[in-house]
Design a protein around this ligand. Structure first.
Ligand code: HEM
Length: 505
Protein backbone atom coordinates (compact mmCIF):
# COMPACT_ATOMS: atom_id res chain seq x y z
CA UNK A 1 0.00 0.00 0.00
CA UNK A 2 2.81 2.35 1.09
CA UNK A 3 4.71 1.44 -2.07
CA UNK A 4 1.65 2.25 -4.17
CA UNK A 5 1.36 5.68 -2.53
CA UNK A 6 5.03 6.37 -3.21
CA UNK A 7 4.59 5.37 -6.88
CA UNK A 8 1.49 7.58 -7.20
CA UNK A 9 3.30 10.51 -5.58
CA UNK A 10 6.28 9.95 -7.84
CA UNK A 11 4.03 9.92 -10.92
CA UNK A 12 2.32 13.16 -9.86
CA UNK A 13 5.64 14.90 -9.16
CA UNK A 14 7.04 13.74 -12.51
CA UNK A 15 3.95 15.06 -14.30
CA UNK A 16 4.25 18.43 -12.53
CA UNK A 17 7.97 18.54 -13.33
CA UNK A 18 7.33 17.74 -16.99
CA UNK A 19 4.58 20.36 -17.15
CA UNK A 20 6.85 23.06 -15.63
CA UNK A 21 9.77 22.10 -17.90
CA UNK A 22 7.53 22.14 -20.97
CA UNK A 23 6.22 25.66 -20.21
CA UNK A 24 9.66 26.91 -19.21
CA UNK A 25 11.04 25.63 -22.50
CA UNK A 26 8.26 27.37 -24.45
CA UNK A 27 8.91 30.57 -22.49
CA UNK A 28 12.67 30.42 -23.07
CA UNK A 29 12.32 29.68 -26.80
CA UNK A 30 9.87 32.59 -27.16
CA UNK A 31 12.06 34.90 -25.03
CA UNK A 32 15.05 34.04 -27.21
CA UNK A 33 13.07 34.62 -30.41
CA UNK A 34 11.85 38.04 -29.17
CA UNK A 35 15.30 38.94 -27.88
CA UNK A 36 16.91 38.09 -31.24
CA UNK A 37 14.39 40.30 -33.02
CA UNK A 38 14.80 43.20 -30.56
CA UNK A 39 18.60 43.29 -30.54
CA UNK A 40 18.40 44.38 -34.20
CA UNK A 41 17.46 47.80 -32.83
CA UNK A 42 20.37 50.10 -31.90
CA UNK A 43 21.36 50.00 -28.22
CA UNK A 44 24.27 50.32 -25.83
CA UNK A 45 25.56 47.21 -24.05
CA UNK A 46 23.23 46.36 -21.14
CA UNK A 47 24.34 45.15 -17.68
CA UNK A 48 23.57 41.40 -17.43
CA UNK A 49 21.26 41.91 -14.40
CA UNK A 50 20.18 45.54 -14.36
CA UNK A 51 20.08 46.16 -18.11
CA UNK A 52 20.28 49.94 -18.64
CA UNK A 53 18.55 50.79 -15.36
CA UNK A 54 21.69 51.92 -13.52
CA UNK A 55 22.83 54.18 -16.37
CA UNK A 56 19.79 56.42 -15.99
CA UNK A 57 20.65 59.24 -13.55
CA UNK A 58 17.06 59.67 -12.37
CA UNK A 59 13.93 61.72 -13.10
CA UNK A 60 15.74 65.08 -12.83
CA UNK A 61 17.77 67.55 -14.93
CA UNK A 62 20.64 65.04 -15.23
CA UNK A 63 18.15 62.40 -16.37
CA UNK A 64 16.78 64.75 -19.04
CA UNK A 65 20.31 65.61 -20.23
CA UNK A 66 20.95 61.83 -20.47
CA UNK A 67 17.75 61.42 -22.52
CA UNK A 68 18.91 64.19 -24.91
CA UNK A 69 22.32 62.50 -25.29
CA UNK A 70 20.66 59.15 -26.00
CA UNK A 71 18.38 60.80 -28.57
CA UNK A 72 21.42 62.35 -30.26
CA UNK A 73 23.09 58.92 -30.34
CA UNK A 74 19.93 57.04 -31.45
CA UNK A 75 17.66 59.63 -33.13
CA UNK A 76 15.21 57.16 -34.71
CA UNK A 77 14.59 54.23 -32.35
CA UNK A 78 16.55 52.33 -29.73
CA UNK A 79 16.30 49.40 -27.36
CA UNK A 80 16.62 49.72 -23.57
CA UNK A 81 16.39 47.06 -20.88
CA UNK A 82 14.79 47.77 -17.51
CA UNK A 83 16.47 44.80 -15.82
CA UNK A 84 15.19 41.82 -17.91
CA UNK A 85 12.33 43.82 -19.49
CA UNK A 86 13.00 45.17 -23.01
CA UNK A 87 11.46 48.44 -24.22
CA UNK A 88 11.72 50.25 -27.52
CA UNK A 89 12.13 54.02 -27.46
CA UNK A 90 10.92 55.93 -30.53
CA UNK A 91 12.06 59.53 -30.96
CA UNK A 92 11.73 60.36 -34.65
CA UNK A 93 8.55 61.39 -36.54
CA UNK A 94 8.87 58.38 -38.86
CA UNK A 95 8.90 55.87 -35.96
CA UNK A 96 6.59 57.86 -33.66
CA UNK A 97 3.94 58.02 -36.40
CA UNK A 98 3.91 54.19 -36.76
CA UNK A 99 2.94 53.88 -33.10
CA UNK A 100 0.60 56.86 -32.70
CA UNK A 101 -1.35 56.18 -35.92
CA UNK A 102 -2.16 52.70 -34.61
CA UNK A 103 -4.79 51.84 -32.00
CA UNK A 104 -2.34 49.77 -29.97
CA UNK A 105 -3.32 49.66 -26.29
CA UNK A 106 -1.45 51.40 -23.49
CA UNK A 107 1.42 49.42 -21.95
CA UNK A 108 -0.05 47.65 -18.91
CA UNK A 109 3.22 47.75 -16.95
CA UNK A 110 3.19 51.59 -16.92
CA UNK A 111 -0.53 52.37 -16.99
CA UNK A 112 -1.30 49.77 -14.29
CA UNK A 113 0.65 52.08 -11.98
CA UNK A 114 -1.99 54.78 -12.52
CA UNK A 115 -5.01 52.43 -12.71
CA UNK A 116 -5.74 52.25 -8.95
CA UNK A 117 -6.18 56.03 -9.18
CA UNK A 118 -8.01 56.70 -12.48
CA UNK A 119 -9.53 53.24 -12.93
CA UNK A 120 -10.50 52.17 -16.44
CA UNK A 121 -11.37 55.60 -17.82
CA UNK A 122 -10.58 56.97 -21.30
CA UNK A 123 -6.87 57.29 -20.56
CA UNK A 124 -6.35 53.66 -19.59
CA UNK A 125 -9.16 51.65 -21.24
CA UNK A 126 -8.79 49.81 -24.55
CA UNK A 127 -10.69 48.11 -27.36
CA UNK A 128 -14.48 48.35 -27.60
CA UNK A 129 -14.87 49.97 -24.20
CA UNK A 130 -12.49 52.79 -25.05
CA UNK A 131 -14.05 53.24 -28.52
CA UNK A 132 -17.62 53.44 -27.16
CA UNK A 133 -16.73 55.82 -24.32
CA UNK A 134 -14.60 58.06 -26.53
CA UNK A 135 -17.65 58.43 -28.84
CA UNK A 136 -19.95 59.09 -25.89
CA UNK A 137 -17.65 61.74 -24.40
CA UNK A 138 -16.58 63.57 -27.57
CA UNK A 139 -19.68 65.85 -27.51
CA UNK A 140 -18.48 67.13 -24.12
CA UNK A 141 -15.63 68.88 -25.96
CA UNK A 142 -17.74 70.40 -28.73
CA UNK A 143 -16.91 74.07 -29.43
CA UNK A 144 -20.32 75.24 -28.21
CA UNK A 145 -19.66 73.61 -24.82
CA UNK A 146 -16.08 74.91 -24.69
CA UNK A 147 -17.34 78.41 -25.49
CA UNK A 148 -19.55 78.39 -22.41
CA UNK A 149 -16.50 77.78 -20.17
CA UNK A 150 -14.67 80.96 -21.20
CA UNK A 151 -16.45 83.11 -18.62
CA UNK A 152 -15.73 80.58 -15.82
CA UNK A 153 -12.07 80.40 -16.78
CA UNK A 154 -11.81 84.18 -16.64
CA UNK A 155 -13.42 84.24 -13.17
CA UNK A 156 -10.87 81.66 -11.96
CA UNK A 157 -8.11 83.73 -13.59
CA UNK A 158 -9.28 86.82 -11.63
CA UNK A 159 -8.12 85.12 -8.42
CA UNK A 160 -4.81 83.95 -9.88
CA UNK A 161 -4.02 87.39 -11.36
CA UNK A 162 -4.94 88.97 -8.00
CA UNK A 163 -2.24 86.85 -6.37
CA UNK A 164 0.39 88.00 -8.90
CA UNK A 165 -0.61 91.65 -8.31
CA UNK A 166 -0.39 91.14 -4.54
CA UNK A 167 3.12 89.69 -4.92
CA UNK A 168 4.08 92.77 -6.96
CA UNK A 169 2.71 95.11 -4.29
CA UNK A 170 4.50 93.31 -1.47
CA UNK A 171 7.70 92.80 -3.54
CA UNK A 172 7.84 89.13 -2.54
CA UNK A 173 9.12 86.23 -4.60
CA UNK A 174 6.13 84.35 -6.03
CA UNK A 175 5.88 80.53 -6.34
CA UNK A 176 4.24 79.79 -9.70
CA UNK A 177 3.49 76.04 -9.67
CA UNK A 178 1.76 75.86 -6.30
CA UNK A 179 -0.55 78.74 -7.25
CA UNK A 180 -1.21 77.70 -10.84
CA UNK A 181 -2.15 74.13 -9.86
CA UNK A 182 -4.89 75.54 -7.61
CA UNK A 183 -6.13 77.63 -10.53
CA UNK A 184 -6.29 74.65 -12.89
CA UNK A 185 -7.99 72.51 -10.25
CA UNK A 186 -10.51 75.29 -9.68
CA UNK A 187 -11.16 75.46 -13.44
CA UNK A 188 -11.65 71.72 -13.95
CA UNK A 189 -13.84 71.31 -10.88
CA UNK A 190 -16.06 74.19 -12.04
CA UNK A 191 -16.17 73.37 -15.76
CA UNK A 192 -16.33 69.61 -15.44
CA UNK A 193 -18.50 69.27 -12.36
CA UNK A 194 -19.79 72.78 -11.50
CA UNK A 195 -18.14 72.03 -8.15
CA UNK A 196 -17.15 74.98 -5.91
CA UNK A 197 -14.25 74.31 -3.51
CA UNK A 198 -12.68 77.77 -3.07
CA UNK A 199 -9.42 75.89 -3.47
CA UNK A 200 -7.65 79.04 -4.72
CA UNK A 201 -8.37 81.05 -1.61
CA UNK A 202 -5.34 81.78 0.61
CA UNK A 203 -4.88 79.29 3.47
CA UNK A 204 -7.34 76.89 1.85
CA UNK A 205 -4.92 73.99 1.38
CA UNK A 206 -7.30 71.80 -0.54
CA UNK A 207 -6.73 68.16 0.47
CA UNK A 208 -7.48 66.98 -3.08
CA UNK A 209 -4.53 69.01 -4.43
CA UNK A 210 -2.26 67.54 -1.74
CA UNK A 211 -3.51 64.01 -2.46
CA UNK A 212 -2.85 64.40 -6.20
CA UNK A 213 0.69 65.67 -5.52
CA UNK A 214 1.41 62.70 -3.23
CA UNK A 215 -0.01 60.19 -5.75
CA UNK A 216 1.97 61.60 -8.65
CA UNK A 217 5.26 61.67 -6.71
CA UNK A 218 4.87 58.12 -5.40
CA UNK A 219 4.01 56.88 -8.89
CA UNK A 220 7.14 58.26 -10.49
CA UNK A 221 9.36 56.70 -7.79
CA UNK A 222 7.56 53.37 -8.29
CA UNK A 223 8.01 53.51 -12.07
CA UNK A 224 11.77 53.35 -11.61
CA UNK A 225 11.53 50.47 -9.09
CA UNK A 226 10.33 47.53 -11.24
CA UNK A 227 10.48 45.22 -8.20
CA UNK A 228 7.53 47.22 -6.77
CA UNK A 229 5.43 47.05 -9.95
CA UNK A 230 3.74 44.05 -8.33
CA UNK A 231 0.73 45.56 -6.58
CA UNK A 232 0.84 43.17 -3.62
CA UNK A 233 4.51 43.83 -2.84
CA UNK A 234 3.98 47.57 -3.29
CA UNK A 235 0.99 47.57 -0.93
CA UNK A 236 3.24 46.22 1.85
CA UNK A 237 5.54 49.28 1.72
CA UNK A 238 4.86 52.57 3.58
CA UNK A 239 4.68 54.36 0.17
CA UNK A 240 2.19 51.75 -1.07
CA UNK A 241 -0.04 52.15 1.97
CA UNK A 242 0.07 55.95 1.57
CA UNK A 243 -0.69 55.60 -2.14
CA UNK A 244 -3.78 53.43 -1.68
CA UNK A 245 -5.02 55.63 1.17
CA UNK A 246 -4.81 58.70 -1.08
CA UNK A 247 -6.50 56.76 -3.92
CA UNK A 248 -9.41 55.99 -1.59
CA UNK A 249 -9.59 59.65 -0.73
CA UNK A 250 -9.72 60.92 -4.33
CA UNK A 251 -12.31 58.25 -5.18
CA UNK A 252 -14.40 59.43 -2.27
CA UNK A 253 -14.23 63.04 -3.56
CA UNK A 254 -15.34 61.88 -7.02
CA UNK A 255 -18.17 59.74 -5.64
CA UNK A 256 -19.47 62.62 -3.53
CA UNK A 257 -19.51 64.90 -6.58
CA UNK A 258 -21.38 62.31 -8.67
CA UNK A 259 -23.90 61.46 -5.95
CA UNK A 260 -24.77 65.13 -5.39
CA UNK A 261 -25.25 65.69 -9.12
CA UNK A 262 -27.30 62.54 -9.63
CA UNK A 263 -29.61 63.66 -6.82
CA UNK A 264 -29.80 67.14 -8.34
CA UNK A 265 -30.74 65.74 -11.78
CA UNK A 266 -33.37 63.45 -10.24
CA UNK A 267 -34.85 66.36 -8.27
CA UNK A 268 -34.99 68.43 -11.45
CA UNK A 269 -36.75 65.61 -13.30
CA UNK A 270 -39.45 65.31 -10.63
CA UNK A 271 -39.76 69.03 -9.98
CA UNK A 272 -38.56 71.33 -12.75
CA UNK A 273 -38.46 74.38 -10.49
CA UNK A 274 -36.20 72.63 -7.97
CA UNK A 275 -32.38 72.70 -7.96
CA UNK A 276 -29.95 75.43 -8.87
CA UNK A 277 -30.01 76.34 -12.56
CA UNK A 278 -26.54 76.03 -14.06
CA UNK A 279 -25.63 78.21 -17.02
CA UNK A 280 -24.11 75.44 -19.11
CA UNK A 281 -23.94 71.69 -19.44
CA UNK A 282 -20.80 70.44 -17.74
CA UNK A 283 -18.87 67.22 -18.36
CA UNK A 284 -20.70 65.46 -15.55
CA UNK A 285 -24.12 66.20 -17.11
CA UNK A 286 -22.86 64.54 -20.29
CA UNK A 287 -21.45 61.55 -18.41
CA UNK A 288 -24.73 61.05 -16.54
CA UNK A 289 -26.98 61.45 -19.56
CA UNK A 290 -24.86 59.96 -22.40
CA UNK A 291 -26.46 56.94 -24.12
CA UNK A 292 -25.07 54.69 -26.86
CA UNK A 293 -27.10 53.46 -29.88
CA UNK A 294 -28.57 50.65 -27.74
CA UNK A 295 -29.81 53.26 -25.26
CA UNK A 296 -27.30 52.13 -22.60
CA UNK A 297 -25.56 54.74 -20.48
CA UNK A 298 -22.39 54.61 -18.40
CA UNK A 299 -22.42 52.64 -15.14
CA UNK A 300 -21.73 54.41 -11.85
CA UNK A 301 -18.22 52.89 -11.77
CA UNK A 302 -17.55 54.05 -15.35
CA UNK A 303 -18.67 57.55 -14.45
CA UNK A 304 -16.37 57.59 -11.41
CA UNK A 305 -13.44 56.42 -13.53
CA UNK A 306 -14.07 59.17 -16.09
CA UNK A 307 -14.47 61.78 -13.35
CA UNK A 308 -11.14 60.71 -11.80
CA UNK A 309 -9.53 60.69 -15.25
CA UNK A 310 -10.76 64.21 -16.10
CA UNK A 311 -9.79 65.56 -12.69
CA UNK A 312 -6.28 64.14 -13.04
CA UNK A 313 -5.72 64.78 -16.76
CA UNK A 314 -7.60 68.05 -16.68
CA UNK A 315 -5.55 69.94 -14.13
CA UNK A 316 -2.09 68.50 -13.49
CA UNK A 317 -1.09 68.61 -17.17
CA UNK A 318 -2.42 72.12 -17.74
CA UNK A 319 -0.73 73.48 -14.60
CA UNK A 320 2.58 72.15 -15.89
CA UNK A 321 2.05 73.78 -19.31
CA UNK A 322 1.15 77.18 -17.79
CA UNK A 323 3.91 77.14 -15.16
CA UNK A 324 6.72 76.24 -17.56
CA UNK A 325 5.45 78.78 -20.11
CA UNK A 326 5.60 81.48 -17.41
CA UNK A 327 9.10 80.29 -16.51
CA UNK A 328 10.35 80.70 -20.09
CA UNK A 329 8.57 84.04 -20.45
CA UNK A 330 10.17 85.30 -17.22
CA UNK A 331 13.55 84.17 -18.52
CA UNK A 332 13.18 86.10 -21.81
CA UNK A 333 12.15 89.75 -21.29
CA UNK A 334 12.15 90.49 -25.04
CA UNK A 335 9.69 87.65 -25.72
CA UNK A 336 7.56 88.78 -22.76
CA UNK A 337 7.45 92.29 -24.22
CA UNK A 338 6.41 91.04 -27.67
CA UNK A 339 3.59 88.97 -26.17
CA UNK A 340 2.46 91.95 -24.08
CA UNK A 341 2.48 94.29 -27.11
CA UNK A 342 0.16 91.87 -28.92
CA UNK A 343 -2.12 91.58 -25.89
CA UNK A 344 -2.32 95.32 -25.37
CA UNK A 345 -3.60 95.79 -28.91
CA UNK A 346 -6.20 93.00 -28.67
CA UNK A 347 -7.51 93.70 -25.17
CA UNK A 348 -7.32 97.50 -25.34
CA UNK A 349 -9.15 97.54 -28.68
CA UNK A 350 -11.78 95.18 -27.29
CA UNK A 351 -12.13 97.44 -24.24
CA UNK A 352 -12.27 94.68 -21.61
CA UNK A 353 -9.78 92.76 -19.46
CA UNK A 354 -11.40 89.36 -19.89
CA UNK A 355 -10.10 87.23 -22.74
CA UNK A 356 -13.26 86.41 -24.67
CA UNK A 357 -13.93 83.64 -27.19
CA UNK A 358 -13.29 85.94 -30.18
CA UNK A 359 -9.97 87.11 -28.72
CA UNK A 360 -8.50 83.61 -28.56
CA UNK A 361 -7.73 83.56 -32.29
CA UNK A 362 -6.25 87.04 -32.30
CA UNK A 363 -3.15 86.11 -30.30
CA UNK A 364 -0.83 84.34 -32.77
CA UNK A 365 2.39 85.31 -31.00
CA UNK A 366 1.15 84.14 -27.60
CA UNK A 367 0.07 80.87 -29.25
CA UNK A 368 3.60 80.42 -30.60
CA UNK A 369 5.04 81.11 -27.15
CA UNK A 370 2.75 78.45 -25.63
CA UNK A 371 3.65 75.88 -28.29
CA UNK A 372 7.38 76.52 -27.88
CA UNK A 373 7.06 76.18 -24.09
CA UNK A 374 5.22 72.88 -24.57
CA UNK A 375 7.98 71.71 -26.90
CA UNK A 376 10.85 72.73 -24.63
CA UNK A 377 9.33 71.49 -21.36
CA UNK A 378 6.91 68.76 -22.56
CA UNK A 379 4.22 68.77 -19.80
CA UNK A 380 3.48 65.08 -20.45
CA UNK A 381 7.03 63.77 -20.96
CA UNK A 382 6.28 60.25 -22.21
CA UNK A 383 3.54 57.81 -23.15
CA UNK A 384 3.64 54.07 -23.78
CA UNK A 385 1.99 51.51 -26.06
CA UNK A 386 2.19 47.73 -26.21
CA UNK A 387 2.40 45.98 -29.59
CA UNK A 388 -0.36 43.41 -30.17
CA UNK A 389 1.23 42.10 -33.38
CA UNK A 390 4.70 41.96 -34.92
CA UNK A 391 5.26 45.48 -36.25
CA UNK A 392 7.76 46.99 -38.66
CA UNK A 393 9.57 49.93 -37.12
CA UNK A 394 12.37 51.58 -39.07
CA UNK A 395 12.83 48.54 -41.31
CA UNK A 396 13.09 46.03 -38.42
CA UNK A 397 10.37 43.82 -36.94
CA UNK A 398 9.46 44.41 -33.31
CA UNK A 399 7.70 41.36 -31.83
CA UNK A 400 4.16 41.42 -30.42
CA UNK A 401 4.15 42.11 -26.70
CA UNK A 402 6.93 44.71 -26.84
CA UNK A 403 6.41 47.91 -24.88
CA UNK A 404 7.14 51.01 -26.98
CA UNK A 405 7.90 54.30 -25.23
CA UNK A 406 7.04 57.45 -27.18
CA UNK A 407 9.19 59.79 -25.13
CA UNK A 408 7.62 63.14 -25.98
CA UNK A 409 10.50 65.00 -24.32
CA UNK A 410 13.01 63.18 -26.59
CA UNK A 411 10.83 63.75 -29.69
CA UNK A 412 10.79 67.49 -28.85
CA UNK A 413 14.60 67.57 -28.46
CA UNK A 414 15.56 65.38 -31.38
CA UNK A 415 18.43 67.26 -33.08
CA UNK A 416 17.30 65.88 -36.44
CA UNK A 417 14.12 67.98 -36.21
CA UNK A 418 14.94 70.70 -33.69
CA UNK A 419 18.12 72.71 -34.11
CA UNK A 420 19.60 73.96 -30.82
CA UNK A 421 16.73 72.27 -28.99
CA UNK A 422 17.37 73.85 -25.57
CA UNK A 423 16.87 77.37 -26.99
CA UNK A 424 13.47 78.94 -26.30
CA UNK A 425 12.49 80.31 -29.70
CA UNK A 426 8.76 80.81 -30.41
CA UNK A 427 9.58 81.69 -34.04
CA UNK A 428 10.01 77.95 -34.66
CA UNK A 429 6.20 77.96 -34.88
CA UNK A 430 5.93 80.72 -37.51
CA UNK A 431 3.92 79.21 -40.40
CA UNK A 432 6.92 79.39 -42.73
CA UNK A 433 8.98 77.32 -40.24
CA UNK A 434 6.25 74.96 -39.06
CA UNK A 435 4.42 74.08 -42.27
CA UNK A 436 7.11 71.79 -43.66
CA UNK A 437 7.59 69.98 -40.33
CA UNK A 438 6.08 66.52 -39.75
CA UNK A 439 2.96 66.62 -37.52
CA UNK A 440 4.68 63.90 -35.47
CA UNK A 441 7.64 66.15 -34.59
CA UNK A 442 5.55 68.15 -32.11
CA UNK A 443 3.12 66.02 -30.10
CA UNK A 444 2.49 67.57 -26.65
CA UNK A 445 -1.09 66.24 -26.81
CA UNK A 446 -0.04 62.98 -28.51
CA UNK A 447 -1.60 62.34 -31.97
CA UNK A 448 -3.74 59.83 -33.82
CA UNK A 449 -6.86 58.06 -32.53
CA UNK A 450 -5.78 58.26 -28.87
CA UNK A 451 -4.80 61.91 -28.88
CA UNK A 452 -5.79 64.22 -26.02
CA UNK A 453 -9.54 64.74 -25.99
CA UNK A 454 -9.09 67.88 -23.86
CA UNK A 455 -6.53 69.72 -25.99
CA UNK A 456 -8.76 72.62 -27.07
CA UNK A 457 -10.09 72.97 -23.53
CA UNK A 458 -6.48 73.10 -22.31
CA UNK A 459 -5.27 75.58 -24.96
CA UNK A 460 -8.10 78.00 -24.12
CA UNK A 461 -7.28 77.79 -20.44
CA UNK A 462 -3.54 78.29 -20.97
CA UNK A 463 -4.12 81.29 -23.26
CA UNK A 464 -6.56 82.91 -20.86
CA UNK A 465 -4.24 82.44 -17.86
CA UNK A 466 -1.13 83.74 -19.63
CA UNK A 467 -2.90 86.64 -21.32
CA UNK A 468 -4.57 87.81 -18.12
CA UNK A 469 -1.30 87.60 -16.13
CA UNK A 470 0.95 89.24 -18.73
CA UNK A 471 -1.53 92.03 -19.33
CA UNK A 472 -1.23 93.04 -15.68
CA UNK A 473 2.36 92.25 -14.59
CA UNK A 474 5.95 91.75 -15.68
CA UNK A 475 7.82 88.66 -14.55
CA UNK A 476 11.48 87.82 -14.11
CA UNK A 477 13.12 84.79 -12.56
CA UNK A 478 14.13 85.10 -8.90
CA UNK A 479 17.96 84.99 -9.07
CA UNK A 480 18.06 83.46 -5.55
CA UNK A 481 16.04 80.42 -6.56
CA UNK A 482 17.35 77.44 -8.52
CA UNK A 483 14.74 75.86 -10.76
CA UNK A 484 15.11 72.09 -11.15
CA UNK A 485 12.97 69.84 -13.30
CA UNK A 486 11.38 66.69 -11.91
CA UNK A 487 10.16 64.25 -14.54
CA UNK A 488 7.11 62.43 -13.36
CA UNK A 489 3.93 61.51 -15.22
CA UNK A 490 3.88 65.28 -15.58
CA UNK A 491 6.91 67.56 -15.91
CA UNK A 492 7.14 69.23 -12.52
CA UNK A 493 9.58 71.59 -10.78
CA UNK A 494 11.33 70.11 -7.73
CA UNK A 495 11.08 73.19 -5.51
CA UNK A 496 8.56 75.19 -7.51
CA UNK A 497 9.47 78.10 -9.82
CA UNK A 498 9.95 81.44 -8.04
CA UNK A 499 9.51 84.72 -9.94
CA UNK A 500 9.75 88.40 -9.08
CA UNK A 501 6.68 90.35 -10.13
CA UNK A 502 6.22 94.05 -10.98
CA UNK A 503 2.99 95.78 -11.96
CA UNK A 504 2.79 97.09 -15.52
CA UNK A 505 2.12 100.78 -15.81
C1 HEM B 1 -1.60 71.08 -21.43
C2 HEM B 1 -2.50 70.22 -21.05
C3 HEM B 1 -2.58 68.79 -21.51
C4 HEM B 1 -1.61 68.00 -22.06
C5 HEM B 1 -0.17 68.36 -22.36
C6 HEM B 1 -2.22 66.71 -22.33
C7 HEM B 1 -1.57 65.66 -22.92
C8 HEM B 1 -2.15 64.43 -23.19
C9 HEM B 1 -1.47 63.32 -23.79
C10 HEM B 1 -0.01 63.30 -24.22
C11 HEM B 1 -2.36 62.31 -23.90
C12 HEM B 1 -2.10 60.89 -24.45
C13 HEM B 1 -1.88 60.00 -23.26
C14 HEM B 1 -1.48 58.60 -23.60
O1 HEM B 1 -1.46 58.22 -24.77
O2 HEM B 1 -1.20 57.86 -22.67
C15 HEM B 1 -3.61 62.77 -23.36
C16 HEM B 1 -4.76 62.01 -23.29
C17 HEM B 1 -5.90 62.42 -22.65
N1 HEM B 1 -6.15 63.67 -22.13
FE1 HEM B 1 -4.90 65.23 -22.12
N2 HEM B 1 -3.52 66.75 -21.92
C18 HEM B 1 -3.80 67.99 -21.44
C19 HEM B 1 -5.00 68.45 -20.95
C20 HEM B 1 -6.14 67.70 -20.82
C21 HEM B 1 -7.40 68.17 -20.32
C22 HEM B 1 -7.68 69.62 -19.89
C23 HEM B 1 -8.26 67.11 -20.30
C24 HEM B 1 -9.69 67.03 -19.87
C25 HEM B 1 -10.44 68.04 -19.56
C26 HEM B 1 -7.53 65.96 -20.81
C27 HEM B 1 -8.05 64.70 -20.93
C28 HEM B 1 -7.40 63.65 -21.56
C29 HEM B 1 -7.98 62.33 -21.72
C30 HEM B 1 -9.34 61.88 -21.21
C31 HEM B 1 -7.05 61.56 -22.42
C32 HEM B 1 -7.20 60.12 -22.89
C33 HEM B 1 -7.78 60.18 -24.30
C34 HEM B 1 -7.99 58.81 -24.96
O3 HEM B 1 -7.13 57.94 -24.82
O4 HEM B 1 -9.00 58.67 -25.64
N3 HEM B 1 -6.26 66.36 -21.12
N4 HEM B 1 -3.45 64.06 -22.94
Amino acid sequence: MALLTIYALGAVLSAVFAFVCFHLAIFLVDYRRRRNMLVQFPHTKPHFIFGHLLEYPGPNDEGLAFQREMTEQFPVASLVWMMHIPMLVVSHPKTVSVILKSSEPKGPRTYNLIRPWVGDGLLTSKGDKWYRNRRLLTPAFHFEILKSYIELKNRCADILVGKFVQAAESSTSFPIFSNVIKFTLDVILKCAMSYETNCQLPGNNHPYVNAVGVLSDIMVKRFFQPWFHNEFLFSLTPSGRKFFKQCDFVHQVAENIIRERKDELERQQTNTSDGKQRKCLDFLDILLTAKDEKGDGLTMREIRDEVDTFLFEGHDTTSSAISWALYSIAEHPEIQQRAQDELDVVLDQAGHIDVMWDDLNKLPYLTMVIKEAMRLHSPVPFIQRILTSDTEIDGKIAPAGTAVNCVIYNIHHNPVTWEDSMKFDPDRFLPENADSRSPYAFVPFSAGPRNCIGQNFAMHEIKIALARILHKVNLRLDPNHKVEKMESLIMRAKNDIQVLVTKRS
